[in-house]
Design a protein around this ligand. Structure first.
Ligand SMILES: C[S@@+](CC[C@H](N)C(=O)[O-])C[C@H]1O[C@@H](n2cnc3c(N)ncnc32)[C@H](O)[C@@H]1O
Length: 229
């Protein structure tokens, strides 16, 4: 498929799939999910320009997890626990969310925030390289969620897909990469990341064992369900 030639790719936001006014409207609908801890986490993201999934994607993660009655979730790239907040709500008191992040300071913040929200006892947070921690963690998962550095996306998909139970989900954020996936001449944030996302998305949509779709909200979230034999 021919990609759009854009002379203004320095400002790739022109390809945001959902109009910001519409996103704002959708955000007004999920305002009922307000929680003091959530609001603090969102304020920190704004202040530090830290890439959390934000409210619209967060609410969708919780709903998706509840829809499949998820009890065990593995997160590749947890930051300070914002996406884990939503998964932890979904898995319930008996469920577990395995979190990973390379930055130890993020674990400290996650513990503070998620303890205040009464969710920390559902979290098993490991500091280190997510893929290595995944290999050291046994068993299958209801959901594997990928939000690490984008160049690593194909590798994470390949290792995660065989450890998702039938009917379980693989979810990854940023799969539209601010429109770069659809543009011919783009300026990447890190060289090779757009190509890696393109490969990742192709692999998933061509995998006979999974059904997939992309929710275009914010930066695009891919959801792939492992087929039940
Ligand atoms: C986009 S942020 C995660 C945000 C989080 N999922 C949320 O929505 O709240 C990516 C995080 O993954 C971490 N990271 C990136 N690649 C990683 C890897 N291979 N292993 C462990 N952590 C990684 C970074 O330190 C960063 O905190």
């Amino acid at each position: 498929m021919a990609k759009i030639q854009s002379p203004t790719i320095e400002n790739p936001d022109i390809l945001l799939p959902v109009n910001p006014a519409i996103e704002q409207y959708m955000r007004s609908l999920v305002k009922k999910t307000d929680h003091p801890v959530l609001i603090e986490m969102e304020a920190l993201a704004k202040q530090k320009n830290f890439p959390i999934v934000d409210r619209l994607v967060g609410t969708s993660l919780e709903v998706l997890a509840k829809m499949i009655n998820a009890k065990r979730v593995f997160e590749f790239g947890s930051g300070y626990g914002y996406s884990a907040y939503w998964f932890a709500r979904a898995v319930g008191a008996e469920g577990r969310v395995v979190c990973t992040d390379g930055n130890a300071a993020n674990k400290v913040k996650a513990e503070q925030y998620l303890s205040s929200a009464g969710l920390w006892d559902r979290i098993d947070f490991h500091v280190g390289y997510a893929q290595e921690i995944f290999l050291q963690t046994e068993g299958v998962f209801d959901i594997c969620y990928n939000d690490v550095d984008k160049g690593e996306y194909p590798n994470v998909w390949q290792m995660a897909k065989n450890r998702i139970r039938p009917g379980g989900l693989y979810i990854a954020d940023n799969v539209l990469w601010h429109g770069r996936v659809a543009i011919e001449n783009f300026t990447d944030i890190v060289s090779g990341w757009t190509e890696a996302i393109l490969t990742h998305n192709e692999l998933i949509f061509n995998d006979p064992e999974f059904d997939a779709f992309i929710n275009p909200t914010r930066d695009g979230v891919i959801v792939a369900r492992r087929k039940v034999a």
